[in-house]
Design a protein around this ligand. Structure first.
Ligand SMILES: [Zn+2]
Ligand SMILES: [Zn+2]
Length: 142
């Protein structure tokens, strides 16, 4: 599930976020294509429409969108930011060589069982599984 432009405007205003032209262009750049985008990649797309925009502005807006739940952050513990426009519950296949991230869906994890194993007091707000391996392209090179 990706937000439509109308949902974006509604959700943003619910969070008190002014829907400026700049923010709309940044958001559109994220949802325009599937994948897990770095701020630099979004910046390159946005600059074609708004040449004066800075990377810092793009980055700050992506952070705001994540805080408001308009986007998801991929691997919040990683040192580089990647944003995900796919808000549907899903998991990630991460290539340990090229760091590419692919979506994988399916009920292969028993979250009720997982919840029973989790230490007391820990709230499973975003149960996300990351599976590491080699992507097809990297695998073909070995
Ligand atoms: Zn790879
Ligand atoms: Zn994803």
């Amino acid at each position: 599930m990706r937000l439509t432009h109308q949902q974006f405007r509604q959700l943003a205003s619910k969070h008190g976020l002014a829907v400026t032209h700049q923010r709309q262009v940044v958001f559109e750049a994220v949802i325009a294509s599937d994948g897990h985008h770095s701020p630099e990649a979004i910046y390159a797309t946005v600059r074609r429409k708004i040449p004066s925009i800075s990377l810092a502005t793009v980055y700050n807006n992506l952070r705001l969108f994540i805080d408001c739940g308009l986007l998801r952050e991929v691997t919040p513990h990683a040192s580089t930011l990647r944003v995900d426009g796919n808000l549907e519950p899903h998991h990630h296949l991460v290539c340990s060589r090229c760091k590419s991230v692919q979506d994988i869906t399916g009920d292969f994890v028993d979250f009720q069982r997982l919840a029973r194993q989790v230490p007391g007091g820990f709230d499973l707000t975003q149960p996300l599984i990351e599976v590491f391996g080699l992507c097809a392209r990297c695998n073909a090179k070995t």
